[in-house]
Ligand binder design. Structure first.
Ligand SMILES: Nc1ncnc2c1ncn2[C@@H]1O[C@H](COP(=O)(O)OP(=O)(O)O)[C@@H](O)[C@H]1O
Ligand SMILES: [Mg+2]
Length: 245
């Protein structure tokens, strides 16, 4: 069944997640359009990963609601999971499987048929510059390429919405720049990208960003708008002005 593109790829209203008495995500309202590259910024512990895990249907919200690809996560978590790709902060590759075998394995996890696994595995390896490494182990990969493979694994099933949780953590600046080129390619291919980072230079690569502080959204807009409205010269500067020390 095909459906019309919903107005929002991700929409939240009063989204809240508590762990016992601690509120990790506090009354969050977000609206992300299809094909946006949306940067979800915040310091460590701000609540980014918890929000993503709720949006991916892995955690149940304590209050509020979220819609992903137009579907309410409260009642459609399983359908949501089929439409999204999720590269978790601590993604796991199988270190004893080759690059090609990792792609095949994840293709199976996402329910692709054998011919689809071959076709998509080849296309993804080509797109991410991994073709030459298919028979090598992840430990043989140049720096930054493991991240590419993890990204590749999360897009095999051509998800409409991609959640990337600190995909460039621990990667050198050159590899980070190339990784962002891949994110642009995926966006041009029609995907919505919801990406967390704490590298403020990367915030500049996003169409719009939000800044989260202790569970709450404290700033939202394009990098240009935020810099102008806060009289700031850089996103780092904006960040320091809106986040409590
Ligand atoms: N399962 C959990 N139980 C209790 N507290 C949690 C749990 N998961 C996250 N937290 C807390 O919620 C806060 C936000 O965490 P997280 O969403 O991982 O932040 P970020 O990804 O922005 O670094 C942190 O204080 C963290 O310790
Ligand atoms: Mg996190």
């Amino acid at each position: 069944m095909t459906r019309a593109q919903p107005e929002y790829a991700v929409l939240t209203r009063g989204l809240t997640k508590r762990f016992d008495n601690f509120t990790a995500v506090d009354d969050v309202d977000l609206a992300v359009r299809p094909r946006e590259i949306f940067g979800f910024l915040g310091a460590n512990g701000a609540g980014k990963t918890t929000t993503i895990r709720v949006l991916c249907g892995l955690l149940v919200p304590s209050a509020g609601e979220a819609w992903v690809d137009g579907l309410p996560i409260s009642s459609s978590a399983d359908q949501v999971k089929r439409r999204i790709g999720y590269m978790s902060q601590r993604f796991s590759l199988y270190m004893d499987l080759t690059i090609g075998e990792n792609l095949e394995f994840y293709g199976g996890v996402y329910g692709l048929s054998a011919p689809e696994i071959t076709e998509r595995g080849t296309a993804v390896a080509e797109q991410l510059g991994l073709s030459a490494f298919r028979d090598r182990l992840p430990s043989d990969l140049p720096p930054g390429y493991r991240q590419r493979l993890a990204l590749g694994c999360s897009v095999l099933h051509q998800p409409r919405i991609l959640f990337l949780d600190e995909p460039t953590g621990g990667v050198d600046p050159v590899a980070r720049r190339t990784f962002w080129d891949l994110i642009y390619d995926l966006s041009e291919g029609g995907a919505t990208v919801f990406v967390t980072t704490h590298y403020m230079d990367e915030a500049e690569y996003c169409g719009r960003v939000s800044i989260m502080d202790r569970g709450r959204i404290v700033a939202l807009g394009s990098p240009q708008e935020l810099k102008r409205s806060h009289g700031a010269v850089s996103m780092q500067d904006v960040f320091l002005k809106v986040v409590q020390p």
